[in-house]
Design a protein around this ligand. Structure first.
Ligand code: ZN
Length: 242
């Protein structure tokens, strides 16, 4: 009995049912049954035995845990900030990068993922350099307040959560153009946990009133670069950054 059949039996005549785990439910979708964690279908089982895995770019312990619980073919884990998978369960010679859309066929074949570590590390380095330059520009008063002149995708972000509109992949174009978008910094400050004092320093400087934080300038610049690095790395689908 495959997992699809088990989930199908468990659902019975229901279209959706909570699993009892935080933020998690099983629901019927066209042609299959999905395990949904928050807003993401992390594991989708199809009647023919195909399994599709997805994180919506969230390489978090709980996301990986749900993926590992609701299929038994591969095991996912994080190593050096990147989500990976292997059959055995940990980092070994067989381990590969995980990317969204990874597909396990009924015969156990794994496909549909990108495994180019060198390319990914080069992209991550670009983000680090950009975040450092962006933070320096901010500390010198060269990143102004959020305005309608900002990039459309960054400006139209959900302000409460920092989640970008569909089109978040455009962040790499800002890096190519060294475009320090005020909205991008705002979004990062909303999404990545940081201190209230740091937030206050960032927003007052953007508003042209930097005096209150001068004494801690070096620390704030480093913290601002870190927030930008972590936000962009995640939103661009490049894993997690420290
Ligand atoms: Zn943008």
């Amino acid at each position: 009995m495959n997992t699809f059949a088990k989930l199908d039996a468990w659902l019975g005549n229901k279209t959706s049912r909570p699993t009892g785990q935080r933020g998690t439910r099983v629901r019927r979708i066209e042609g299959g049954i999905a395990v949904q964690y928050h807003n993401t279908d992390v594991v989708t089982h199809y009647a023919d035995g195909t399994i599709v895995l997805n994180t919506d770019k969230y390489n978090t312990p709980t996301t990986r845990s749900r993926i590992n619980q609701y299929q038994s073919v591969i095991h996912t884990f994080s190593h050096k900030g990147l989500m990976r998978w292997s059959h055995g369960g940990g980092y070994n010679a067989e381990a590969r990068l995980f990317t969204d859309g990874l597909t396990i066929k009924a015969d156990g074949t794994v496909c549909g993922y990108v495994d180019n570590e060198a390319e990914l590390q080069a992209e991550r380095k670009k983000v680090r350099v950009f975040a450092d330059q962006f933070a320096k520009a901010w500390s010198e008063g060269n990143v102004g307040a959020v305005s309608n002149g900002d990039c459309f995708f960054c400006l139209m972000c959900d302000v409460a959560t920092g989640k970008p509109m569909p089109g978040g992949d455009h962040l790499m174009s800002h890096i190519e153009e060294s475009y320090f978008v005020p909205s991008l910094l705002r979004n990062a400050m909303m999404e990545v946990p940081t201190s209230a004092a740091h937030k206050s320093a960032v927003f007052s400087t953007m508003a042209g009133q930097p005096n209150s934080w001068c004494a801690m300038r070096d620390g704030w610049v480093k913290d601002t670069a870190k927030v930008l690095r972590r936000y962009i790395t995640r939103q661009a689908g490049l894993g997690e950054a420290r």
